[in-house]
Design a protein around this ligand. Structure first.
Ligand code: NDP
Length: 457
């Protein structure tokens, strides 16, 4: 690390001692920026790094709501408005008991670089709550009812609405925030603001949503990987892939991989991993999508009813089979560690395409980079979701809806641009094929230059 970066890194650690995820995300970016910081003194003179690690605004608020038994519950809500140099804040909302300031600051920090990479004018933000829609507060083992989720979302938006707007901050979904939640949040925003605008993305098709938005992150992850393979003149035909997660990103990554002729061997959730030695079939995938999004059940239940799969309770997807060509971590942060990386590399894995945000731990990343496999960091390869959110914003502003083919073609084009920009930035600084460095530098430069042009603000 160069001296200036080291100084800022020491200060960030001192200022944020209780935020391990945020520090991990900053460290991952800082360790790759030396060549670009040294090649342009203006970045240091304008204190760009010091400003980038300090959110423009952190909003933290009380979310009181009433459960089905009439008991008042209180959760904590957040919105981190990290950086608006290149556009309105943009980034998802996550509802999960693991949500805290550190997790959301890491996600918001990553989002700044990711949004910059999309080539669209979007700043970075992230928000959410420690609310757990998967656990009713009054009945152990049961989920919150739709009415409880609605009351929570309405209360959450009652505070959030004054901080967001179509030209200020445009939230979307993330973990546990899908079509149902976005619908309730949008309805409440509309009532409070007395306006119908594209203030949230991931909306239903009947009220301004974009075709392909649900599929976009998973599809985009696979499109990015296709571009990496193309550099080695390879395709997905016959490749054996392991995927973690069985939510939005994982299931659509699986669908696209299967369409491209790959074999998807695993999916996972909090209950464990399913392994289909001959590949998950289209019918199985459809059943899993219904199980997770409609019945809101677990893979453990699916495995009980399906003979063609083996179930590994409480285990992730990385070490349950022995022939692996590609891995797609699509569930959560830090879900793939150094030992998993070692196993994957030993068993033939040549490609890791991150669908989740920061799913690989620093030692796993180091192992992938050292082995020179095709490894794409989430901020580049999962940017298809937010990019399509950007396309949803454009359609809302135009009061138009584009066709499925049109949006898919734009998504493909954006993923190719992100790939090529990351590839070229890495090559420019002598690290050909290092997508970690390439994505960080390409994302950083655009935001940093915009910040300098806008003066000290
Ligand atoms: P979902 O909530 O739809 O799915 C998350 C999946 O991860 C579920 O299968 C869930 O299992 C599993 N999971 C979550 N926590 C754990 C845990 N502690 N142990 C084991 N499994 C776990 O979320 P998404 O698919 O939307 O998001 C997945 C990742 O992708 C996140 O990192 C998110 O930030 C990132 N991302 C998402 C985007 C999007 O457009 N949705 C855009 C860019 C990034 P279970 O069902 O049992 O809870």
């Amino acid at each position: 690390m160069n001296k200036y970066i080291e100084q800022v890194w020491t200060d960030v650690q001192a200022k944020n001692p209780n935020e391990p995820e945020f520090l991990q995300a900053v460290d991952e970016v800082f360790t790759t920026l030396t060549p670009v910081i040294e090649s342009n003194k203006a970045y240091q003179q304008n204190a760009i790094l010091e400003r980038m690690v300090e959110p423009e605004r952190v909003i933290m608020f009380r979310v009181p709501w009433v459960d089905d038994k009439g008991i008042v519950r209180v959760n904590r809500g957040y919105r981190i408005q990290m950086n608006s140099a290149i556009g309105p804040y943009k980034g998802g909302l996550r509802f999960d008991p693991s949500v805290n300031l550190s997790v959301l600051k890491f996600l918001a920090f990553e989002q700044v670089f990711k949004n910059s990479l999309t080539t669209l004018p979007m700043g970075g933000g992230k928000g959410g709550s420690d609310f757990n829609p998967k656990q009713s507060p009054h009945t152990p083992g049961k989920r919150c009812s739709d009415a409880e989720v609605m009351r929570f979302c309405q209360s959450f938006m009652t505070e959030l609405f004054r901080h967001i707007g179509p030209d200020t901050d445009v939230p979307a979904g993330d973990m546990n925030v899908g079509g149902r939640e976005i619908g309730y949040l949008f309805g409440q925003y509309k009532r409070l603001a007395n306006e119908w605008t594209g203030v949230l993305t991931g909306k239903g098709l009947s009220f301004g949503g974009s075709l392909i938005r649900p599929e976009a992150t998973g599809y985009g992850d696979v499109y990015f990987a296709e571009n990496m393979l193309a550099m080695r003149k390879e395709t997905f035909e016959g490749k054996k892939c392991v995927i973690s997660g069985s939510g939005n990103v994982a299931t659509y990554a699986a669908e696209k991989l299967m369409q491209l002729g790959a074999k998807v061997l695993t999916l996972s959730d909090r209950s464990g991993t399913i392994l289909a030695k001959d590949g998950i079939t289209e019918k199985m995938l459809q059943d899993i999508m219904v199980l997770k999004t409609v019945k809101r059940g677990e893979l453990a239940d699916f495995a009980k009813k399906t003979k063609a799969v083996k179930f590994f309770a409480g285990v992730n997807s990385w070490q349950v089979t022995d022939k692996i060509d590609a891995a797609f971590p699509c569930a959560r942060q830090n879900e793939l560690n150094g030992k998993d990386a070692e196993y994957l590399l030993k068993h033939g894995c040549q490609l890791v395409g991150e669908g989740a945000n920061m799913p690989s731990t620093p030692d796993a990343i180091a192992a992938f980079v050292k082995a020179k496999i095709m490894y794409s960091p989430g901020k580049a390869s999962n940017a298809g979701g937010v990019a399509t959110s950007g396309l949803e914003m454009s359609q809302n502003s135009e009061r138009l809806s584009w066709s499925r083919e049109e949006v898919d073609a734009k998504l493909k084009g954006i993923m190719k641009s992100i790939h090529d920009n990351a590839w070229e930035a890495a090559a420019k600084y002598g690290q050909k094929g290092n997508y970690v460095m390439g994505a960080n530098i390409a994302g950083f430069t655009k935001v940093a230059d915009a910040m300098i042009a806008q003066g000290v603000c």
